[in-house]
Design a protein around this ligand. Structure first.
Ligand code: AMP
Ligand code: GLY
Length: 425
């Protein structure tokens, strides 16, 4: 099988490494890919959102399968275009990807089908939004742009001033263009966060091993929100009881709700959850593998990923027994100085071998470039240094030992990934 993976971050690197373990996979391609991925798969300079360009590339390479990994091409309908062109494709179609593409859609879906989530209202003009904030007078307030906003569309406002500013810049200032012309204002929830990625073909939903992201830029969950500074798996807050509650109240109801709406979801459905004192609630859905969750989940998978992708496409997922390793995994992200705000690119990296690796761990490349035998930074999140171990502590020790051996000017990483998980007895 020849497979084209669309995307170019750490998540795509992890998908490629897992697919490369399959005896059925003969050749892997990636577009646009990155420096690290290029050492394992042939990369092509086609942007992940260029739908006609990507279809053309898939035709030229005569691939047997296309995996669309990032949110934007999914929401834009790349899977529909690939299916039309006759390619077996992994990922939801446009109608189903709206579960991530519009917060208003997903919140209304949860309300309609009684799926637990934070209470909310939606607004398209700032005056009514501000009036609502004043009337509620409850802080922190959570303000979300309706559409995709590079993971930056959620503001947790500590007081009225911040909330009003957020609403004004989103709706009136068009901070995220059309994505923020509608906003959702929702109730602030508390509790540990749990990420559960699942495979679903619309008939069954199979949760993967649970994980925990660390979204803030700095230690102690301080600083700005980022795409994710590190992950661990499994998540100790995802106990057997919590898993059962999620399956009954969230996972199956969501799959059925999408079917009832005529939006059958086939692909990886990501549940962003919070274990609140009043039960588990959905914070968000993503229509794709999480990043950097994938980097700690897929290394623990003990079943052929190609077989799973094919089964999802053929709606035969129930026939596959998906198995996991009884181990822990950790991923520590090394980011460019300045991330998630502005940061330099093109800085030479040291401490990795010619495949961009370090002994004893696996380095997933997120934003690197490979030139003349050297790696250079080429993004905000640069690499995810990942290790497995019998315990979470062992995995983390290995990740951090490797992080210390890699260097580039301005490199910044959190030193407390997994700390909250380790505190769970
Ligand atoms: P989202 O992009 O919806 O996942 O939101 C980004 C982050 O904001 C989440 O991972 C949470 O940490 C936080 N967040 C989102 N919604 C809420 C909420 N209703 N209450 C508390 N925190 C939230
Ligand atoms: N790490 C969170 C996400 O992929 O959206």
């Amino acid at each position: 099988m020849k497979i084209l993976v669309v995307g170019g971050g750490g998540r795509e690197h992890a998908i490629i490494m897992k697919l490369s373990e399959s005896p059925k996979v003969e050749k892997l391609y990636c577009a646009p890919g990155n420096g690290g991925i290029s050492r394992y798969a042939e990369c092509f300079n086609v942007s992940a959102t260029d739908i006609p360009g990507m279809v053309e590339l898939a035709k030229k390479l005569a691939v047997n399968m296309v995996v669309v990994a990032p949110d934007d091409p999914l929401v834009l309908g790349m899977v529909d275009a690939m299916n039309e062109a006759g390619f077996m494709t992994f990922g939801p179609n446009k109608a189903a990807a709206v579960i991530e593409g519009s917060k208003v859609f997903s919140k209304n879906l949860m309300k309609k089908y009684n799926i637990p989530t934070a209470g909310y209202e939606t607004f398209t003009d700032s005056e009514s939004a501000i009036a609502y904030l004043k009337q509620q007078n409850s802080y922190p307030a959570v303000i979300k742009a309706d559409g995709l906003a590079l993971g930056k569309g959620v503001i947790i406002a500590a007081n009225e001033e911040e909330a009003v500013e957020a609403v004004k810049s989103m709706i009136d200032g068009k901070q995220f263009g059309e994505s923020s012309s509608t906003v959702v204002i929702e109730e602030f929830l508390t509790g540990p966060e749990i990420s559960v990625l699942s495979f679903t073909d619309g008939n069954v939903v199979v949760p993967m091993i649970s994980s925990m992201d660390h979204k803030r830029a700095l230690d102690g969950d301080k600083g700005l929100n980022t795409g994710g500074m590190g992950t661990i798996a499994p998540n100790p807050f995802y106990t057997k009881e919590v898993a059962k509650e999620c399956m009954e109240n969230i996972f199956i109801p969501t799959m059925k709700a999408m079917n009832s709406e005529g939006r059958k979801f086939k692909g990886c459905l990501y549940f962003g959850l919070m274990a609140t004192p009043k039960g588990v609630k959905v914070i968000e859905y993503n229509c794709r593998f999480g990043d950097p969750e994938t980097q700690v989940v897929l290394p623990l998978l003990n079943t052929d990923l190609y077989d799973i992708f094919e089964a999802v496409y053929n709606e035969k997922l129930a026939d596959i027994d998906i198995k996991w390793k009884n181990e822990c995994c950790s991923c520590v992200v090394m980011a460019s100085g300045g991330y998630p705000q502005s940061y330099p690119k093109g800085i030479e990296m040291n401490g990795m071998d010619d495949k961009g690796q370090v002994d004893g761990v696996f380095v997933y490349h997120a934003g690197t470039k490979y030139e003349n035998g050297k790696f250079y930074t080429n993004g905000g999140r640069v690499i995810g240094v990942t290790a497995t171990g019998d315990t979470l502590q062992t995995a983390l020790d290995k990740s951090y030992a490797a992080v210390k051996s890699i260097s580039f000017d301005g490199a910044h990483y959190r030193t407390d990934i997994g700390k909250r998980a380790l505190s769970v007895k």
